[in-house]
Every structure is written in structure tokens, then in C-alpha cells.
Design a protein around this ligand. Sequence first.
Ligand SMILES: Nc1ncnc2c1ncn2[C@@H]1O[C@H](COP(=O)(O)OP(=O)(O)O)[C@@H](O)[C@H]1O
Ligand SMILES: [Mg+2]
Length: 263
Amino acid sequence: MTTTATAAGGPGIDAPAAVAARLTDVTQHFGEASRPPVLEHIDLTVQPGEFVCLLGASGCGKSTLLSLVAGLDKPVSGQVDVPGGRPALMFQEPALYPWLSAGANVELALRLRGVPRKERKAEAQRLLSLVRLDGAAPKRVHELSGGMRQRVALARALAQEGDLLLMDEPFAALDAITRDVLHEELTRIWSETGRAVIFVTHNVREAVRLGQRVVLLSSRPGRVVREWRIDIPQPRRIEDADVSALSAEITEHLREEIARHGH
Ligand SMILES: Nc1ncnc2c1ncn2[C@@H]1O[C@H](COP(=O)(O)OP(=O)(O)O)[C@@H](O)[C@H]1O
Ligand SMILES: [Mg+2]
């Protein structure tokens, strides 16, 4: 971890004014006004091409924050700017259409984006091959393993326009080995496509394995407690010594937050 803004590999301080996403003093509230807000005074800027992990205990407001960035909901106060248009979303459940093949699921996203019919098949093949599912296009969703379904969901997310990918605990339901492989794939695809990613997780090691920056949220009210810039070179492995050391440090802070709120 460094504290300098000029860390190698990071988006330099002289990066163009355009941002992938910016939240300015965002507060979100549900239900009675007497309860603390779910999110309070959140300021967060994600640079183009940056990989940011949002980390926090369950129920702290991570999905709420992501839905604001996705434009699915509006904050009670503050501002959310996503200049590059509607971001692509990926969840824990792949949410594929089960009656369509893997290829058709990706083609559907291309159709919604307005890609001409005759180009869709080849583009879907290209995206499936990017997630290493060459040859899987004709397969039905039920023929695919959980890991393969998440690969299709990733290909479908990449089929959407926009340079921002929002991922909400996308690998939480997978076994550890499959998750490891998908971490590798996601790191590779992120560096090949240059998209910005906001990746939500409650898993500290996963955040340190993937992110250029880890942003720790507190619970009720959800605030940005602290953030870490991570310049451990990619590809990292979850069991690397420096990944473990930084994870231990972040876990301490997360524990303090959880203890403070009695979860
Ligand atoms: N639409 C909603 N209406 C009322 N409460 C909500 C709504 N969405 C989320 N919440 C509450 O906001 C808190 C944060 O939820 P969420 O963002 O899903 O947390 P996380 O994703 O970090 O687990 C929870 O207490 C949840 O019950
Ligand atoms: Mg959530």
C-alpha cells in the first residue's frame, strides 16, 4: 500500500476530467426518519478503467450504493454521475434466460444495444471466447455449471454498452476453486477491455486479490471508513503473502466496524 497519488499502475492525478462514476455527498434513507440512514455523506470517484472493490459487512448498504450507480434508484440527497451511460450489472445469481442458449443470452444483450442482426452471432462468439467458453454458444443454461453460467453472465454484461461494470458479489455462490479461476479471468478481461469495475464483496481477500483500490464501508450509517490503494502487481493470487498481510490489516478495521455496530 502506498499513500502517494502517483503510484505506478494507478490512474495518474493528471487523468482526464472524465470519470467513470462520481458520487457526491450521497445519503440514502428507507422507512422511518428516526432510523439512521443506510448511506450517509458518501463521496466516491471511480476513474475510467479503474477497478474499485467496495467492502463491508452484510447489510451495510453495498447493494444500495450499487443500485444508485446503476440508476435503479435515486438518493434522498446528493448526486450520482455516470457520464458513460447506463452501466452493466452482474449479480450473485447469473439471471440468464433458461429457455435460451448461452449464445442467445449474449445475443439478446447485443440486440438491446442495437447491434445489427447479422453481426450478433459473431460478436456473441467473440465475447464467449473472451470468457473462455468457446463452443458453448449452443448449450442451454441448465447444461452449464455454476461457474460457466457466471461466465455467460459476464459475457452478457460485456455485450452491453458503457464503460462501467457493476458487480454485486458475483462469485459468492461458487466453490473456492471455481472462484479462484474466475478471479484470474476477471483480472485478465478487465485489463484487456479497459472497463472500470465497481466490485462489491464482503470477502476481504477477494477485494485485495482483485482491486486497485479497496473502499471500506461502515454499517448504519454506511460511510466510507477508509480506503487502501493496492499496488501489488497483477496477476495476484489469493494466497500470496502480501495479499494475506494486507487482508489481515483490512480485516482488523472491518472487525472494529462490525463490533461498533453489534452485528
Ligand atoms: N428498498 C428498500 N427498502 C427498505 N430497506 C431497504 C431497501 N433496500 C435495502 N434496504 C435496507 O438497507 C440496508 C442495506 O441493504 P443492502 O444495500 O442490501 O446491504 P448489503 O448489500 O451491504 O448487504 C439493509 O438494512 C436493508 O434491509
Ligand atoms: Mg448486497
